[in-house]
Design a protein around this ligand. Structure first.
Ligand code: CTP
Ligand code: CA
Length: 222
């Protein structure tokens, strides 16, 4: 059982973590979502707790159980995640590890869509709010905001541009091409991108990535 340790470098700090996928309904029984086990976000929350932080953990429907000891907020959709994140502020730091669906179904049906012989359903999409970007642009921006960039090509280039576009302090970039085995696996191979440049970390367990990140966060918050 993990609970916040009474003493640690993050004692007295409130840190917000988003994790897992979001589910965007098509009808009451179907949804669209990104692939996300919630493993990396869960590990980060646990590592922050182990350094003494108070952690608000806003998660979509993930495979991994949330760690004991967090203030848990469970959501389904990106809209709900945005609302939960805004309600959780202020925070000293925020880590956005969620794999938020970029689009929701604009013409979601109230009732189950049936194969009624009238042809295939046509889905219309609307863009979801960018939670990370909106927090960075907001009045309550935490002192340290960390985003993730899961890319399948031009990882460093895309992630560097993403950090600037979203206005966050750090981006944890990784290559999630199926051949890397990172999606759904227990290891990660990340590059930490900040204003100062890109720092490549050796491939290690997601728990170790989380621990190292939590330590860096503690250092940055001072
Ligand atoms: N993110 C978010 N809200 C969204 C989309 C993304 O908060 N609607 C956050 C993610 O949690 C992550 C970061 O933004 O920390 C980058 O997510 P990513 O999907 O890589 O970026 P996008 O801007 O959605 O770009 P892309 O077109 O590559 O998906
Ligand atoms: Ca996206």
């Amino acid at each position: 059982v993990e609970t916040a340790v009474n003493d640690g470098p993050l004692k007295g700090r409130h840190i917000l973590v988003t994790s897992g996928p979001t589910h965007e309904p098509i009808d009451p029984v179907r949804y669209i979502a990104n692939r996300s086990s919630g493993a990396q976000g869960t590990s980060i929350a646990r590592a922050l707790l182990s350094l003494g932080a108070q952690v608000t953990f806003v998660t979509g429907p993930a495979d991994k159980a949330a760690p004991m000891g967090v203030d848990l907020v469970e959501v389904q959709t990106a809209d709900q995640m945005l609302e939960a994140v805004n309600s959780a502020l202020p925070a000293d730091a925020a880590i956005f590890a969620a794999a938020v669906a970029d689009w929701r179904v604009a013409n979601a049906a109230d009732q189950k869509i049936k194969k009624d012989g009238n042809g295939l359903p046509v889905l219309e999409f609307a863009e979801n709010p960018d939670i990370l970007a909106s927090v960075c642009a907001g009045k309550q921006k935490p002192k340290l905001v960390v985003g993730f960039a899961a890319e399948t090509q031009n990882v460093i280039e895309n992630a560097t541009a993403k950090r600037k576009r979203k206005g966050c302090d750090w981006i944890v970039a990784n290559d999630v091409s199926p051949s890397t085995g990172i999606m759904g696996g227990s290891e990660n191979d990340v590059t930490l991108i900040s204003e100062d440049g890109a720092e490549n970390w050796p491939r290690m367990g997601k728990d170790q990535v989380a621990q190292r990140l939590a330590e860096k966060i503690a250092e940055a918050l001072g």
